[in-house]
Design a protein around this ligand. Sequence first.
Ligand code: SF4
Length: 90
Amino acid sequence: VNHLGAPEHALPEWAVLHEKIRRAGGSPCNGPQRDDWTGTEQQQRRAAQACLDCPALFVCALYAKAADEREGTWGGETASQRARRRKATA
Ligand code: SF4
């Protein structure tokens, strides 16, 4: 998770996420495939699969919700999957 900055109101969740990643020694989204997290729909789907192996998955999803992240893959969900869920729960 280094592709986007965190909004002020979600800094606590951002800090929790980063601490979790630090303790885990890294995350798939900081690996060689990192462009997938902000890439095409197909790339983001591959990224979302890789998120399933991430020890920070749960806190990452909490951060994305708190920050209302609209771009890229976070916590195992692509941007379009989150958009659909926002619509469904609106
Ligand atoms: S859940 Fe996905 S986006 Fe979040 S830190 Fe892990 S690999 Fe990165």
